[in-house]
Design a protein around this ligand. Structure first.
Ligand SMILES: NC(=O)C[C@H](N)C(=O)O
Length: 331
């Protein structure tokens, strides 16, 4: 049978990183190796797909920006439109992999597989995880099973959905988890096994279109703690942010002075989304906070960093809080 055609779009990260010695697993340099060398290091790729590579960026993913995302999304959409392409793999740093995955999950206009992959150990390390992760990602991107599943993250033999995946450990290779809601499946000897699917809309079924956008609305995240003050949110408002995601304590709860100032900022037209600094459970509307009265929205189970993405995209479509809240329950 003919092999699937998979394009690897490389963006940098530790998967393309090099250290001084084979035992260097911290203090290495990310984003050093080009896409051709990444592919050449895994000759087994040719068993599962016809692969070609393209270097899109060469950065550590902590430096990923909205502009990078818009360029990458356009590149992915362009690539997936090609009749001679069955799926795309994106190599990426792990620090913001979950954010890029969720952004693409909302703006890719295709049912063809998109798989994002990274590594926790640099390419030069003993037992580097990059090569097996890349092999699994290519196998997944070329599979029939991955069609229509939304953007997927594949590391450590696991398949995670873009919406729910989180980096949960700063250094281990099993860092990617979808806490409580669960991973989607496993890749066993290059064969994907799916056990569940996301019920939230994604890719071809969203209302977002970035094809004509060259920037995204300014939205930043402020973080709640004991002794919270309004310095960060005041600075965001002064800088012209049109939205603020507040990573509140507990169920997105807000310290009294923070709540008062956010209420004023909402009245001035800035959109306020309550999320939680807790990594599990939904931020619920109208709990201790009367969101109907303050006209805030809540993030549901999205982390603050993913709520920022959805709020930016929502603000490209509407300024209406009820509409935005609907989107938070849809995607
Ligand atoms: N493991 C990694 O890829 C971390 C690196 N700082 C990055 O995100 O690019």
């Amino acid at each position: 049978a003919e092999k699937p055609k998979v394009v690897i779009l490389a963006t940098g990260g530790t998967i393309a990183g090099t250290g001084n010695t084979s035992t260097t697993t911290v203090g290495y340099t990310a984003a050093k190796i080009g896409v051709d060398a990444l592919i050449a290091a895994v000759p087994e790729l040719s068993k599962v797909a016809d692969v070609s590579g393209e270097q899109v960026f060469q950065i550590a993913s902590e430096s990923m920006t909205n502009d990078h995302w818009l360029k990458l999304a356009k590149k992915v959409n362009e690539t997936l439109k090609r009749k001679d392409v069955d799926g795309v793999v994106i190599t990426h740093g792990t620090d913001t992999i979950e954010e890029t995955a969720y952004f693409l999950n909302l703006v890719v206009k295709s049912n063809k597989p998109v798989v994002i992959v990274g590594a926790m150990r640099p390419a030069t390390a003993i037992s580097a995880d990059g090569p097996i992760n890349l092999y699994n990602a290519v196998a997944l991107a070329g599979s029939k099973e991955a069609i229509g599943q939304g953007v997927l993250v594949a590391l450590n033999d696991e398949i995670q959905g873009a919406r729910d995946v989180v980096k949960t450990n700063t250094m281990t290779t099993n860092t990617f988890r979808s806490p409580e809601l669960g991973s989607l499946g496993y890749i066993v000897s290059g064969k994907p096994n799916f056990y569940r699917a996301s019920t939230r809309k994604h890719t071809s079924n969203t209302e977002f279109d970035v094809s004509k956008l060259d920037s995204l609305p300014a939205v930043n995240i402020a973080y709640g703690s004991a002794n919270a003050n309004t310095l960060a949110i005041d600075a965001f408002a002064a800088a012209g942010d049109v939205g603020i995601v507040y990573a509140g304590t507990g169920n997105g709860s807000l310290a009294a002075p923070v709540r008062a100032r956010l209420t004023e900022l909402r009245q001035k037209g800035i959109h306020i989304n309550r999320s939680s600094r807790i990594s599990n459970g939904p931020t619920i509307r109208n709990g201790e906070n009367n969101d109907d009265k303050t006209d805030f929205t809540v993030a549901d189970t999205l982390s603050p960093q993913k709520a920022r993405i959805l709020l930016m995209l929502a603000l490209t479509k509407t300024k209406d809080s009820q509409e935005i809240q609907r989107m938070f329950y849809t995607y």
